[in-house]
Design a protein around this ligand. Structure first.
Ligand code: BTN
Length: 253
């Protein structure tokens, strides 16, 4: 018994002392037929990866580095919504366990002020029949002190411990994240995105703000007005045009 009381998420947990990236391990397990809800968690990642091919600093024993395999019966275009659902789940779990009030920066960075404490990376295994697996990678900076971060990220990263001034129980938080992930993905599958969109927007650091969106080909500045039912960010530029942003780096101005 893992003490989770979930229906499927966490029924199978692979706990590793070290790996290159829990995403890589989870992809392999998913290809080998791992069950819906399988979790891979590591104390240390030597090649933790972030969105947009970035590196993810994953100090030994200080954070929660895990990947969850989901096998939802939804069309591939709904995959990005799971990232937003996961962000809501992680924020709720952090609130529950630490009492802190983090905010979400679109699509799924979890911040305190301008500093990032958590990143989520959703990857897809799909074929002609649709989604075979979603691999949701969750990295939470839990007990790092400033020195534990790479010098290059010290002014943009933070941890729950730095924010709360206490040591946070990683096991308790990881369990709560998995419970919330099950609760909110179930809610999404049963009721669609609307209730989740409301929760996401309630924790959003982006909506209503002036932002700069850097995309591969252009940069747009404007007001982030909201997200659509598909999780697309709606940005209104000064000329009054509304732009749908699918993938970008958002800077709050
Ligand atoms: C981001 O904000 O760029 C996403 C970061 C995701 C990091 C997590 S840590 C667990 C999982 N394994 C990885 O290599 N990356 C994700």
């Amino acid at each position: 018994q893992n003490g989770l009381n979930t229906r499927k998420i966490g029924n199978h947990i692979t706990h590793l002392e070290q790996c290159a990236s829990t995403q890589i391990v989870a992809h392999k397990l998913a290809q080998e037929g791992a069950a819906d809800g399988t979790v891979v968690i590591a104390e240390l990642q030597t090649e933790g990866r972030g969105r947009l091919m970035r590196k993810w600093d994953s100090a030994h024993g200080k954070g929660i580095w895990m990947s969850v395999i989901l096998r939802p019966d939804v069309p591939p275009h709904q995959a990005p919504q799971f990232t937003l659902v996961a962000a809501v789940a992680v924020v709720r779990a952090i609130q529950q366990v630490t009492g802190l009030e983090p905010m979400i920066k679109w699509p799924n960075d979890i911040l305190f002020g301008a500093k990032k404490a958590t990143g989520i990376l959703t990857e897809l295994q799909s074929d002609a029949d649709g989604i075979q697996a979603l691999i949701i990678g969750i990295g939470v900076n839990v007990n790092q002190q400033l020195d534990d971060f790479d010098a290059s990220v010290q002014d943009i990263a933070t941890s729950l411990s730095l924010e709360s001034g206490t040591i946070v129980n990683r096991r308790e938080l990881a369990q709560e994240i998995l419970r919330c992930l099950e609760r909110y993905t179930d809610m999404y599958i049963e009721h669609g995105f609307s209730p989740l969109k409301q929760l996401w927007e309630a924790h959003s650091a982006t909506i209503g703000k002036a932002v700069r969106a850097r995309m591969s080909k252009e940069t747009l500045e404007g007001i982030a007005e909201g997200i659509t039912e598909d999780g697309v960010l709606q940005l209104r530029t000064a000329d009054g045009k509304l732009h749908g942003i699918y993938s970008a780096d958002i800077e709050l101005k």
